[in-house]
Design a protein around this ligand. Structure first.
Ligand code: ADP
Length: 269
């Protein structure tokens, strides 16, 4: 009786361990597959600008009537594309390798938002786009987060919104409740088809639409943006309707920064 019960317990325990090992194995396999897919797409992406450089260099070498200025421009653009690819890759591997450090800066959030709008003012105006910042709730003067990463996220979102919007407007709307900010970057642009909505956050995914592919890009911006948002303890979500527009929402904790003791004594009372 007692022996049989002990045996049963042992068997149940072993079964649980086997199930756990199987799960671990499946997770490792899935991670490996993702890595392989990733490497395949990177190799593919790197090959095409390299082929272009190679081809034009050969033309220059063999045919001395071939216009060097034109070849130079194509080669430079391809090299730039490669540089962007490699930089994006480095950024992703830094993040995924866990080397990334999250700073805790005191950030003047309204000023940062204002800078982003200023930064894209010209580009938006040149397309006749109305670029606006709307702050719905009271924001603290200063919040605590990693300033460079937050700036990078916003730059990526606004730059996409301007890039993929032929006419109409781009609006940054900020809501703030209980230390959590919702920053929406909405546009009246080409939009994203439902089947592409999740994929656009994957590295090198550019979506299926012809219109999107007319714009320059390599499909790394959003994948980096999402990882950065997650590194800040937040996330990014998207809603979109083709030919109507898209809205990317960054939700992130932005705790109000209590000012340094000296500041508080001399500053506002
Ligand atoms: P890239 O712009 O270099 O292609 P991203 O990773 O920033 O790379 O974006 C991935 C894809 O998501 C884009 O190619 C485009 O199809 C789609 N996308 C991103 N932002 C927008 C937007 N605001 N409106 C419409 N499509 C967008």
């Amino acid at each position: 009786g007692a022996d049989a019960a002990a045996d049963n317990r042992e068997i149940a325990q072993l079964k649980a361990e086997i199930t756990e090992l199987q799960h671990a194995k499946e997770a490792a396999e899935a991670a490996n597959e993702a890595k392989t897919r990733y490497l395949v797409s990177v190799s593919h992406e790197i090959r095409s600008p390299l082929n272009t450089i190679y081809g034009y260099a050969q033309l220059l070498e063999r045919d001395d009537t071939f216009p060097g200025v034109e070849a130079g421009a194509v080669i430079r653009r391809s090299a730039e594309h490669l540089t962007n690819l490699v930089e994006g890759l480095l950024e992703i591997s830094r993040i995924e390798g866990g080397v990334i450090r999250v700073r805790s800066d005191d950030v003047e959030i309204r000023r940062l938002l204002g800078h982003i709008v200023e930064m894209f003012h010209m580009q938006a105006a040149s397309k006749g786009l109305d670029l606006r910042l709307i702050i719905k709730d009271h924001l603290p003067d200063c919040v605590r987060t990693d300033e460079k990463k937050l700036r990078q996220i916003l730059i990526n979102l606004v730059s996409n919104a301007v890039k993929y919007t032929p006419e109409g407007k781009v609006t940054i709307t900020v809501r703030y409740r209980s230390q959590v900010a919702d920053i929406d970057v909405s546009d009246t642009g080409i939009g994203i088809a439902a089947i592409d909505l999740d994929r656009v956050f994957e590295p090198f995914e550019r979506g299926g639409s012809q219109e999107a592919r007319l714009q320059p890009g390599i499909g790394l911006g959003l994948s980096i943006t999402r990882v950065l948002a997650q590194v800040l303890g937040g996330d990014i979500a998207v809603t979109s309707t083709p030919n109507v527009g898209s809205s990317f929402r960054l939700r992130v904790m932005l705790p109000a920064a209590t000012r340094a003791v000296n500041d508080a004594a001399s500053g506002d009372r």
